[in-house]
Design a protein around this ligand. Structure first.
Ligand code: G1P
Length: 240
C-alpha cells in the first residue's frame, strides 16, 4: 500500500496567511499538520507517500528535508488546479492507494489504520472513511448510500433533497488501483472539476467499496474556525 496526500490547493479560505505559508504547514503543537498526516499514513502501513503539491508551495518539501519522515516521501507537482480527482491522478500508482486529504486532520485514533485493517479483513476491498453530517451541510460533501457496509451509490455535493443519506465522505480513502483507470477518463463534474467521487461511483459497479464511519472527528484546517477546533482536539495529544 502507498499513500497519496493531495496538498496543492491555494488555501483561499485561509488567505491572506496562505499567501505566505501553505495551510498544510499550520502548526499543531510544534509540528506542521501535514507531518501528522504523513505519520498517520506510515502507521497505517504505507511504505511510500506521494504528496501532490504545487511549485508555489516549496516550504512543504523543505519541511521534510529538515525533519526526515518515517516512510519514503516523494513529491509530484499539479500544474493545473482541476479538482481532487485530477490531483490524485497526478500520483498514479500501480498499488492500493490510501488517500489522505492534506487539509483534513482526523482525531480520535488512526482512521487510516482502521480502514487498512477493514480492507484486509474483506479481501482487499476499497474503504471510504465517513462521517455523519447535519442535513444543512450535505451539499458541501460527497454523500454515500450504503447497503449494509457496502457503498452502492455516491454523489458529490448534492442538494439536500437529493442526498441519499447524511453520511459524508470524510477525508480518508483506501482505493483499489483500478481507480486510476477511472480517473484517467473522468469528465468534469460539479464545479467544473474532475471529482474523485465521480470516479469512485463508476468503480462501484465493478469493485466492492465499503463505508467506514470512523469513531473520531474530521477537522478541516483549510479555514480558521476548523483549524482552532483541530488545535483543541489535538491539544495534549502531541506534545513533541
Ligand atoms: C472533498 C471531496 C468531498 C468530501 C470532502 C471532505 O471536497 O470532494 O467528497 O466530502 O472533500 O473530505 P472539498 O472539501 O475539496 O470541496
Amino acid at each position: 500500500m502507498k499513500a497519496i496526500i493531495p496538498a496543492a490547493g491555494h488555501g483561499t479560505r485561509f488567505s491572506p496567511y496562505t499567501k505566505l505559508v501553505p495551510k498544510e504547514l499550520l502548526p499543531i503543537g510544534s509540528r506542521p499538520a501535514i507531518d501528522l498526516i504523513v505519520r498517520e499514513a506510515a502507521e497505517a502501513g504505507a511504505d511510500e507517500i506521494v504528496i501532490v503539491t504545487s511549485r508555489e508551495k516549496p516550504l512543504i518539501e523543505r519541511w521534510f528535508e529538515i525533519e526526515p519522515p518515517p516512510a519514503k516521501v516523494r513529491f509530484v507537482h499539479q500544474e493545473e488546479q482541476r479538482g481532487l480527482g485530477h490531483a490524485v491522478l497526478q500520483a498514479r500508482l500501480d498499488d492500493t492507494a490510501l488517500v489522505l486529504l492534506g487539509d483534513a486532520l482526523v482525531s480520535g485514533g488512526n482512521a487510516s489504520k482502521a480502514m487498512a485493517e477493514l480492507s484486509a479483513a474483506n479481501g482487499g476491498a476499497s474503504v471510504i472513511g465517513l462521517e455523519e453530517v447535519p442535513s444543512e451541510k450535505v451539499s458541501r460533501y460527497g454523500i454515500v448510500k450504503l447497503d449494509g457496509t457496502r457503498i452502492v451509490d455516491m454523489v458529490e455535493k448534492p442538494k439536500v433533497e437529493e442526498a441519499p443519506s447524511r453520511l459524508a465522505v470524510a477525508g480518508r480513502y483506501l482505493l483499489d488501483p483500478a481507480i486510476f483507470g477511472y480517473l484517467a477518463d473522468q469528465g468534469a463534474g460539479v464545479g467544473g472539476e474532475i471529482q474523485l467521487t465521480d470516479a469512485i461511483r463508476r468503480m462501484l459497479a465493478e469493485k466492492p467499496v465499503l463505508g467506514y464511519v470512523y469513531p473520531g472527528r474530521r477537522h478541516d484546517i483549510g479555514n480558521p474556525a476548523g483549524y482552532f477546533k483541530a488545535l483543541e482536539a489535538f491539544n495534549g495529544i502531541r506534545k513533541d
